[in-house]
Design a protein around this ligand. Structure first.
Ligand code: NAD
Ligand code: UDP
Length: 316
């Protein structure tokens, strides 16, 4: 059975990817420095002999003594709040960290899988976003630390493919949510759900007319698995194309939590907050046979249940 190393393996998505690979019978080595993730996310794997968690900052290097078949490079803070608070950590993990993970893939002759993002399209002028769209990114804006370093991560991944024939895969992930997101990570799902459960006002930034398309975590991970085990190299969009305004989304959360909270409008966190975002998933559908299955209502119900329990237990 294959052995995979996942950088960022105890983050939100890394932990779900670990679950999926273990369920497929694989061995998993998770590497994480816990800057935005937590060992809590993989605590349920504590007795699993095919799982190992190693504390390590991939900016300093990443090594492993035995053979590896796959390297999934997921390590990177992912919330706009982190782009403010940890800008250099974001830049370095997607540049130096990506090259460190690529070097290991080259050494081990492993498949290299890079977790890129819809943010490579910036504030998109083409809608929905196809993989051919080259993007509209403000290189010196606050979000630029993430957008440009992810773009660089794609560039160096493509370069290792051309120069060293590393078998690479690039996925562009669109907004994904679910259990094990950090309650205080500042992204819209944990913010609004926690506010609704706590009876606090739901904060909608700007006029709430900006759109996003939300994908449930297990759907996304199924797309990861299909891409990783396919002959495709991408970049390929994985996300749920059902688009909503953020105001509609806030109302949906309010209804599902049966919250009496008001919805309040607050200034946008960053001036370059994308006004619209929806993946064109034609490639994922035709090349990988993938499409999302979990409805927003079902996904949100599972997420609300998870956050309610965390809040009850006094955890973040
Ligand atoms: P997350 O913050 O939960 O996970 C990232 C993990 O990487 C964390 O466990 C963190 O501690 C770890 N990490 C960060 N820097 C590290 C370093 N230098 N060394 C070792 N570990 C490090 O976020 P997530 O939502 O699970 O995102 C995972 C990946 O997917 C990221 O690369 C992110 O950019 C990408 N992504 C996520 C989304 C989404 O909607 N969730 C959208 C687009 C892209
Ligand atoms: N947002 C909001 N209220 C919040 C947090 C976020 O209205 O409490 C908005 C944010 O301005 C953005 C959208 O929700 O337009 C999605 O934000 P998130 O940080 O989750 O991800 P992004 O897609 O911006 O990276």
């Amino acid at each position: 059975m294959p052995r995979a190393l996942i950088t960022g393996g105890s983050g939100f998505l890394g932990s779900h990817l670990s679950d999926r690979l273990l369920a497929e019978g694989w061995e998993v080595v998770a590497v994480d420095n816990f800057i935005t993730g937590s060992p809590d996310n993989v605590a349920h794997l504590g007795n699993e002999p095919r799982f190992r968690l190693i504390e390590k900052d991939v900016i300093e290097g990443v090594e492993y003594p035995d053979s590896l078949d796959y390297i999934f490079h997921l390590a990177s803070p992912a919330s706009p709040l982190d782009f403010f608070n940890k800008p250099l950590e974001v830049i370095h993990v997607n540049s130096i960290g990506t090259e460190n993970a690529l070097k290991l893939a080259k050494e081990k002759k492993a498949v290299f899988f890079y977790a890129s993002t819809s943010e490579t399209y910036g504030d998109p002028l083409v809608h929905p976003q196809t993989e051919e769209y080259l993007g509209n990114v403000n290189s010196i804006g606050i979000r630029g630390v993430y957008d440009e370093s992810k773009r660089f991560g794609e560039t160096i991944t493509a370069t290792y493919r051309r120069e060293f024939q590393v078998d690479t895969k690039i996925v562009r992930i669109f907004n994904t949510y679910g259990p094990r997101m950090r309650l205080d990570d500042g992204r819209v799902v944990p913010n609004l759900v926690a506010q609704a459960i706590n009876g606090e006002p739901l904060t909608v930034y700007g006029d709430g007319q900006q759109t996003r398309s939300f994908c449930y975590c297990t759907d996304l991970i199924d797309g990861f698995f299909r891409l990783a085990t396919s002959t495709q190299s991408g970049p390929i969009n994985i996300g749920n194309p059902t688009e909503r305004t953020i105001l509609e989304f806030a109302k949906e959360i309010k209804a599902l939590t049966q919250s009496q909270s008001d919805i309040v409008f607050q200034p946008l966190l960053t001036a370059d907050d994308p006004k619209q975002r929806r993946p064109d998933i034609t490639k994922a559908r035709t090349l990988l046979g993938w499409e999302p299955k979990v409805s927003l209502q079902d996904g949100l119900r599972a997420t609300i249940e998870y956050f309610a329990k965390r809040l009850e237990d006094g955890k973040r």
